[in-house]
Design a protein around this ligand. Structure first.
Ligand code: COA
Length: 168
């Protein structure tokens, strides 16, 4: 039977579940994306992180989501970041638990972010930054219509910028 997942907004009651998710996958995430500060990995660190995200959501500059499995464990996260409604641009970010990868969750999460960007925030462009060796993430982005920008010579080893236009 196909596993069922649910994408919903981050809540202030998610501290324990989010800490478990981030701790279990710390080495996995750190092998693909920049490491978080060690102080993040505690109840207080995650509670402050959630507070920051929810106050940025209230200010209209961030839209944070989590992906839950059938028993309510967090198995992924996806965020619209740095939302700028004046210029119509935001950045996307996502991370999936190592044990939940390869089932299309990142693709589903990114499609959700694109719909939110279009319908809720009326944005016209999304951007993403990916390390060149992160083949899985590049595949997800390209499948969802993101196009890589050519790297500047000075940026050969740095993160690549991907861009997707959104139709109004
Ligand atoms: C990258 C990541 C988000 C992908 O999540 P996911 O739920 O497995 O993604 P999907 O299942 O939607 O799609 C991944 C695709 O990439 C492919 N893929 C994964 N690793 C790959 C690799 N090393 N080389 C080539 N293809 C790869 C998968 O086979 C899949 O393609 P398919 O559906 O045609 O089989 C996940 O691995 C992750 O969270 N990594 C750590 C954090 C991270 O890198 N975040 C993104 C920062 S830009």
């Amino acid at each position: 039977m196909k596993a069922s997942f649910n994408i919903r907004e981050l809540r202030c009651t998610d501290t324990e579940a989010l800490l478990a998710f981030e701790k279990q996958n710390r080495a996995w995430f750190e092998s693909h994306i920049d490491a978080r500060a060690p102080s993040f990995y505690s109840e207080q660190g995650v509670a402050e992180h959630i507070d920051g995200y929810l106050s940025d959501f209230a200010r209209g500059v961030w839209h944070p989501f989590v992906i839950e499995d059938a028993v309510g464990s967090i198995v992924g996260r996806a965020n619209l970041k740095g939302i700028d409604t004046a210029s119509g641009v935001a950045e996307v970010g996502y991370r999936i638990a190592q044990t939940a990868c390869g089932q299309g969750l990142a693709t589903q999460a990114l499609e959700h972010l694109i719909r939110q960007a279009q319908t809720r925030w009326a944005l016209t462009q999304l951007v993403a930054y990916v390390f060149p060796e992160n083949a899985g993430s590049r595949k997800v982005l390209e499948r969802c219509g993101f196009v890589p920008e050519p790297p500047l010579q000075s940026e050969a080893a740095a993160e690549r910028r991907f861009v997707r236009a959104i139709q109004r």
